[in-house]
Write a protein that binds this ligand. Structure first.
Ligand code: ZN
Length: 116
């Protein structure tokens, strides 16, 4: 019985670490380049998430800074789908346009939702 469960565990590990996703920056042939951002996950869909982060912009008329929010749609590789949840802090990097709105891919998870 023990052996069987061990084999099962190993198989699951292989499934976790490999994926058939073409648009995965680790296993597929998707190259990442360009800008990288960190942000909070606000929405999660199949193979896609949206992140949000604040940035400071300078307004010349008032000679002052203002906060503004930026929303980015990013591709979520299948091998990371279980790992990332709403509220997590993740890092995304630019890649080639995968669709009309997606030209970023999730690289790694920085922080959990619960940990501070
Ligand atoms: Zn993968």
């Amino acid at each position: 019985m023990k052996k069987k469960t061990e084999i099962k565990m190993e198989k699951e590990k292989i499934v976790e670490t490999k994926c058939n996703d073409k648009n995965c920056h680790i296993h597929g042939n998707l190259k990442v380049r360009g800008k990288a951002f960190e942000g909070k996950v606000t929405k999660k869909f199949h193979k896609r998430i949206t992140i949000e982060f604040e940035r400071i912009i300078y307004i010349r008329k008032y000679e002052r800074y203002a906060k503004s929010k930026t929303k980015i749609h990013a591709r979520l590789p299948i091998c990371m789908e279980n790992e990332i949840n709403i509220g997590d802090l993740v890092k995304v990097q630019e890649c080639r346009p995968l669709s009309k709105i997606i030209h970023f891919v999730v690289i790694k998870k920085i922080k959990d939702k619960d940990k501070k």
